[in-house]
Ligand binder design. Structure first.
Ligand SMILES: NC(=O)c1ccc[n+]([C@@H]2O[C@H](COP(=O)([O-])OP(=O)(O)OC[C@H]3O[C@@H](n4cnc5c(N)ncnc54)[C@H](OP(=O)(O)O)[C@@H]3O)[C@@H](O)[C@H]2O)c1
Length: 292
């Protein structure tokens, strides 16, 4: 039996992980925390928590995820996305804990036109991506045992995300414009949580100390994603394609951030669901979550 600390557990991924372990993991003991219980930027608090609760595994779901806001809030984004993971890694190293950390496709600049592998060069375009990459590097150089999973376009029935924004807009408006010139792959946070639980339950020792890419299967633009959401909720809104320069933003997002998942599929022996199937699955849980 392992004692497992989950940080940032009030977010999308943390909530999905809680839902999955309540259902599937009766073996291990989980401590679900968020900033009010355990602030990952406070190294002493992290040390005390790990020692007091005899923690074996840390799953870091805590992050500063507002990509636009990060441009004006560099210090805070760096503290949460870089210094926080550095603290966790150093405390894990000193206490023989295994760290499972989550990162992002925004470490890439999007200039490729074939899926990014873990070996591809990183070149983040904005503060969010830079701070997440610094977090990855701090973990790798700390000497702790880790797994870093980069994911993309994360959504869930919990928290704020593209799926929920489009659900609301398509319910309220006759037509909406959505960018078609940024291409990637959506990821249902429930599928990512399942993979994390799989790593914990199967004690996958041979996967340690590497970076992995994980999203759902397939490729789409935000426009395609919005059309699928509109349909899945049974809305009749007209979804129209537009260019990203019609939505001025402080940060440049990668035009292409599709990731190659060969490494994680081989190492874990998993099949990953197609993005649209997972989105439809999420919409069903979404209806339930919102009604309770
Ligand atoms: N969302 C995406 O589209 C996306 C895409 C690619 C990768 N990712 C990565 O996937 C992971 C999970 O993302 P998510 O969407 O589940 O994030 P999220 O919903 O924003 O949740 C993050 C949680 O961390 C909490 N938190 C913030 N600062 C903290 C601190 N100092 N100590 C402890 N907890 C803190 C947040 O609290 P507050 O809400 O109060 O700040 C929030 O509850 C992150 O590493 C993210 O970078 C996300």
């Amino acid at each position: 039996m392992y004692n497992i600390l989950v940080t940032g557990s009030n977010g999308q991924l943390g909530n999905e992980l809680r839902r999955i372990v309540e259902d599937k993991d009766k073996i291990n003991k989980y401590y679900f925390t968020d900033i009010a219980d355990l602030d990952i930027t406070d190294k002493n608090a992290v040390t005390d928590f790990l020692i007091k609760n005899n923690i074996d595994i840390v799953v870091n779901c805590a992050a500063y995820t507002n990509v636009d806001k990060a441009e004006d809030d560099k210090e805070k984004a760096d503290l949460i996305n870089h210094i926080g993971p550095k603290n966790l890694a150093e405390v894990c190293r000193d206490n023989n804990c295994f760290l499972i950390h989550v990162s992002t496709d925004y470490v890439f600049d999007g200039t490729k036109n074939t899926p990014y592998t873990e070996k591809d060069e990183t070149n983040p375009l904005g503060v969010y991506g830079i701070t997440k990459l610094n977090g990855e590097n701090a973990i790798i150089s700390s000497g702790c045992e880790y797994v870093i999973i980069r994911t993309s376009w994360l959504y869930s029935s919990f928290g704020n995300n593209f799926l929920k924004t489009i659900q609301k807009l398509t319910a309220e408006k006759d037509s909406i414009n959505v960018v078609f010139d940024q291409v990637g792959t959506p990821t249902y946070a429930g599928d990512l949580a399942t993979v994390i639980n799989n790593i914990i339950l199967n004690d996958n020792k041979n996967i340690k100390n590497q970076v992995y890419h994980f999203s759902n299967e397939g490729v789409c633009s935000w426009y395609d994603f919005a059309i699928a959401i509109n349909e899945a909720f049974g809305h009749n809104c007209k979804v129209l394609p537009c260019h990203s320069d019609e939505f001025p933003s402080k940060v440049t997002r990668p035009n292409f951030s599709v990731m190659d998942k060969t490494r994680i599929k081989k190492k874990l022996g998993i099949k990953i669901p197609y993005w649209k199937s997972s989105m439809q699955k999420c919409v069903k849980t979404f209806a339930f979550e919102v009604s309770i």
